[in-house]
Design a binder for this molecule. Structure first.
Ligand SMILES: Cc1cc2nc3c(=O)[nH]c(=O)nc-3n(C[C@H](O)[C@H](O)[C@H](O)COP(=O)(O)OP(=O)(O)OC[C@H]3O[C@@H](n4cnc5c(N)ncnc54)[C@H](O)[C@@H]3O)c2cc1C
Length: 430
């Protein structure tokens, strides 16, 4: 399937040289899924051992999934701020996992600079509070960053200080983070894929759907048109789009649809009413709003979710209603395009990383927080195949629960549970 029509595909800077898969092949490592997790794994593995024959199989196009249609917020941390209930994770582990997420942001920036990837990297991020209750959580969050994690790159801003960066009638305070950033995610993903492809032993096959696999001393991967790939190791990086390929992985995640719209380039004079300069922002609602002004004056605004796969009747109108509350007047500007994508959420909102068989590893379930994490998790998967398993073992210690009746019964149950939290948001209880 070709790319969906969205802001990123319309402003794509790279075309990669993918290969055609016409016959059965053998390789050392087969990676299924050409999003940021799969491409990063391929990139790091080919750097660790250039002699390895690596094959990436992508059902659609590189970056077709969440990696090429997300909000572009390059932020640290995890979708859950807490590891409570994780009996295997010690206080020391928590700190290592936090540092990992900060390193993930740094690693993306390092790759962009090292390979000169054209993806509009802009530093600066606000986590904004729209109520006293949000502000209390924000204070707690900021003090955890400082005291628990010894993190120095963020600062609490009261309304007056917030006005110096973002003027809005909607938010009363924020935490400003100078390390967190924004990127054009599709261009980053394609830029990294292009870099990885400089190794002659690495091939990326697009429009190749994997329908099943079996594992013994080697893994046999079968495509939907019955071509067999025989590999020593298999990496599954299909995230929310895994479908029926692995029932075990699918049962640990819930694909949730979220929506984005991109406004036409806005006049400087209008933008100055709200923004001091381009910045990424997200708020603290259960169904959060995440948006950013890029260097081309486009406002890229994400919000709303569908747990039931039923779209809001008019995505653009629905998102513009929120834009109107946050930046009154901007809703009058034309939306170039609106789109949706699936995030894979886990029950505890922590990434799900592990091993299905001695020669099959996987990573999924970043719970809407994968723009930064995917790169470093890809490095971890590559290191694991190369025999260095420290971070992999740590992530594998996180315990996950299955969604009951995943794929059949889970959606109605989830709709019920999520509607409850949305209601709490509306009533001001959360
Ligand atoms: C609308 C939206 C907004 C988001 N905003 C943010 C944000 O601002 N910040 C943030 O940190 N995170 C955000 N996220 C989450 C982030 O985009 C993801 O966590 C991340 O991109 C996951 O990357 P991935 O490579 O694991 O999965 P994906 O990018 O989804 O890639 C999986 C790939 O696997 C392929 N595939 C699936 N099955 C098969 C098969 N059987 N055979 C071959 N190929 C297969 C798919 O075609 C797909 O290309 C957002 C997500 C969405 C959808």
């Amino acid at each position: 399937m070709n790319y969906s029509d969205n802001y990123y595909t319309r402003t794509k800077s790279y075309k990669i040289n993918s290969s055609k898969l016409n016959e059965s092949i053998q390789c050392d490592v087969c990676i299924v899924g050409g999003g940021l997790t799969g491409i990063s794994t391929a990139y790091y593995l080919s750097n660790l051992d250039p002699s390895l024959k690596i094959v990436v199989l992508e059902k659609n196009k590189v970056g077709w999934g969440a990696s090429g249609r997300n909000g572009g917020q390059l932020i640290h941390g995890y979708s859950s701020d807490t590891f409570s209930g994780q009996k295997n994770i010690s206080k020391q582990d928590e700190k290592v996992l936090w540092d990992f997420s900060v390193d993930a942001v740094k690693e993306v920036k390092k790759n962009i600079k090292k390979h000169n990837i054209d993806c509009d990297l802009i530093e600066g991020f606000l986590r904004a509070a729209a109520s006293n209750r949000h502000e209390r959580s924000l204070h707690q969050y900021q003090s955890e960053l400082e005291k628990k994690y010894n993190y120095k790159d963020s600062v609490f801003l009261n309304k007056k200080e917030l006005n110096e960066k973002f003027r809005t009638p909607f938010y009363q305070s924020a935490v400003y983070d100078r390390m967190c950033s924004q990127i054009h995610p599709l261009n980053y993903c394609l830029g990294l894929a292009k870099e990885a492809l400089k190794n002659q032993n690495l091939s990326i096959y697009e429009d190749v759907e994997v329908s099943s696999y079996t594992s013994d001393s080697k893994v046999q991967i079968k495509t939907s048109n019955n071509i067999i790939i025989t590999a020593d190791n298999l990496v599954l990086s299909c995230n929310a789009y895994i479908g029926n390929l692995s029932k075990v992985l699918r049962s640990n995640i819930m694909p949730v649809k979220t929506y984005v719209t991109a406004l036409e380039a806005l006049p400087d004079k209008i933008l100055k009413e709200f923004f001091e300069k381009p910045i990424a922002i997200s708020d603290m609602f259960f169904v959060l709003n995440y948006f950013r002004l890029n260097s081309h004056n486009n406002l890229i605004f994400g919000g709303r979710v569908s747990y039931s796969n039923v779209d809001p009747i008019d995505v653009e109108k629905s998102l513009k209603n929120i834009i109107k509350k946050i930046m009154p007047g901007l809703e009058k500007y034309e939306s170039i395009c609106s789109w949706s994508g699936h995030v894979a959420i886990t029950q505890n909102r922590l990434p799900h990383i592990g091993r299905l068989d001695p020669n099959i590893i996987f990573a999924q379930g970043y719970s809407g927080h994968g723009v930064a994490l995917t790169t470093l998790v890809g490095k971890v998967l590559a290191q694991t195949i190369h025999g260095q398993t420290a971070y992999f073992d740590l992530f594998s210690k996180i315990t996950h629960s299955k969604f009951p009746g995943a794929g059949i019964l889970d959606t109605p149950l989830l709709v019920l549970a999520m509607s409850y939290y949305k209601l709490r948001d509306i009533l001001g209880l959360y």
